[in-house]
Design a protein around this ligand. Sequence first.
Ligand code: DX5
Ligand code: ZN
Length: 221
Amino acid sequence: MSIRISPSILSADFANLERDLQRIADADLVHVDVMDGHFVPNLTLGLPVVQRLGEVSPVPLDLHLMIDDADRWAPRYAETGAFSVTFSAEAAADPVSTARAIRSNGARASVAVKPGTDLEPYLETLDEYDMILVMTVEPGFGGQSFMPETMVKLARARDAVRASGLDVWLEVDGGITTQTIVTAVENGADTVVAGSAVYGGSPVDNIAALRAAAATVALTS
Ligand code: DX5
Ligand code: ZN
């Protein structure tokens, strides 16, 4: 299986986002972190910027909402034409209704869980989601260290998806390097976010290095 790479523009130059999107044209997706300064102690961008990013991006938008009141806002982000909308489980009062609203607005529906959040309720309603995002750091900032203890949860999700027969993607986000991507893929990740590991240096070379590292697992498992 070929692993999808989703570079995070949190590590791009916010004064040159269109240029930095072109630099990752050979990625599979682009990961856009929406932070509201409430759900996480950091603030990035909102609906009008996401709308324009979608219009100029060479690859589909993989939105990651780290904002309060996900039930209200996630469907609005889906309306922008984004390929995928991930909301934070901890910020949603009614995750299933929110996932359905995302789908009915034309995007893939996905839910993210923080390292300390139980995944089981989402695995019990797996058919409502197109992707599960297992956070491998505490959300809020780029450049943090990968938390290996999250791999138990990822492997459990992988087993649940396999048992279901559903085509639900499994994404990891935070602290991904050419080393930690191997661990994540071994435990079931098929979609991998990387911010500092892509934009620190040459994005084209870094994406190729991440793909090569991921492929070493695909060849042996
Ligand atoms: C963190 C964000 C990540 C971040 C990852 O809350 O959700 O997407 O950009 O950055 P790296 O890959 O540098 O850990
Ligand atoms: Zn993210």
